[in-house]
Design a protein around this ligand. Structure first.
Ligand SMILES: *[C@@H]1O[C@H](CO)[C@@H](O)[C@H](O)[C@H]1NC(C)=O
Ligand SMILES: *[C@@H]1O[C@H](CO)[C@@H](O)[C@H](O)[C@H]1NC(C)=O
Ligand SMILES: *[C@@H]1O[C@H](CO)[C@@H](O)[C@H](O)[C@H]1NC(C)=O
Length: 259
């Protein structure tokens, strides 16, 4: 081994060691207004074109746009899907609490998703999904596929919760996720409603709990009108004869607390 090779090997080891620790949780609160900016150098970046979202003094409006042309509904699905906005955080972290203040649209077939997700291949997710077709409830979910899985565990770790207080998803509610190395707790308006423990996620001898990978924050609105299984779960398809051509979910603020 000559000096250059040794140097390359050592620097690879050092770089791997430096880059491997998970990003620390940094406390922050972003209240979206018309003067908030999104971008790769900011806390949040839009992954969809600028005409799919709008920053207003009411918050960050994520839009779902009606597809161009005629939409045909048949056998429980639409033949075309509307384009929805997605905004991610530019930071990721391992463990902490995230609270999203959100007003979600009450249009059946529209999903407002406020999630923690992994960039890349791991598919770890901690989700909150708000179904426009079920305005008095919200859903919690978690995915962490194991390499031994023979099929995705869709819905195995999901929960359905009441909005409470005779309210609906179109009012502002604070949805939260508290994530630690061995449990996830979902809550609404300051009340914890569900805890999923790592020990309760063992299926066929493999743990299905996201605890290895740092996660990003991701907020989106999407059209659940196809395929059929998604449309049935999402209470779709969207009836574009009655729905507005631009449907908005409003993210008022996002807060990250660290444990
Ligand atoms: C944005 O978040 C989604 C999850 O909703 C994830 O699949 C994707 O990799 C993220 N993209 C970037 C560039 O952060
Ligand atoms: C669990 O194991 C059984 C029997 O080997 C198999 O049929 C099933 O598909 C497995 N489930 C998952 C989610 O991998
Ligand atoms: C209902 O509202 C009251 C008063 O704001 C609050 O204390 C309580 O936690 C709320 N309940 C739920 C289930 O959100």
């Amino acid at each position: 081994m000559n000096f250059t090779t040794l140097f390359l090997v050592l620097s690879t080891v050092i770089t791997a060691t430096i880059s491997s620790p998970a990003p620390a949780c940094r406390p922050s609160k972003t209240t979206f207004t018309s003067s908030t900016t999104l971008g790769p150098a900011e806390a949040f970046v839009a992954l969809s074109p600028s005409d799919t979202y709008e920053l207003t003094d009411n918050g960050l409006e994520l839009h779902l746009q009606r597809p161009e042309g005629t939409v045909t509904t048949s056998k429980g699905v639409n033949d075309k899907l509307g384009d929805g906005a997605t905004v991610n955080s530019t930071f990721s972290f391992l463990y902490g609490k995230v609270t999203y203040e959100v007003e979600a649209p009450r249009v059946a077939g529209v999903i407002t998703a406020i999630i923690l997700a992994c960039e890349g291949d791991s598919h770890d997710e901690i989700d909150i999904e708000i179904l426009g077709g079920d305005p008095t409830h919200w859903q919690s979910n978690s995915y962490s596929p194991a390499s031994s899985d023979t099929q995705p565990l869709w819905g195995v770790f999901s929960g359905v919760h009441s909005i409470g207080n005779s309210s609906t998803i179109s009012r502002t509610h604070a949805y939260s996720v508290k994530w630690t190395a061995d449990s996830i707790t979902w809550g609404i308006d300051g009340n914890d409603v569900r805890t999923l423990k790592k020990a309760d996620t063992i299926v066929n001898g493999s743990t299905h709990f996201p605890f290895k990978n740092p996660l990003l924050l991701s907020m989106g609105i999407w059209d659940a009108s196809n395929p059929l299984g998604t449309s049935e779960w999402g209470k779709g398809p969207i009836n574009w004869k009655e729905a507005p051509s631009k449907i908005a979910a409003v993210i008022k603020s996002v807060e990250v607390e660290c444990s």
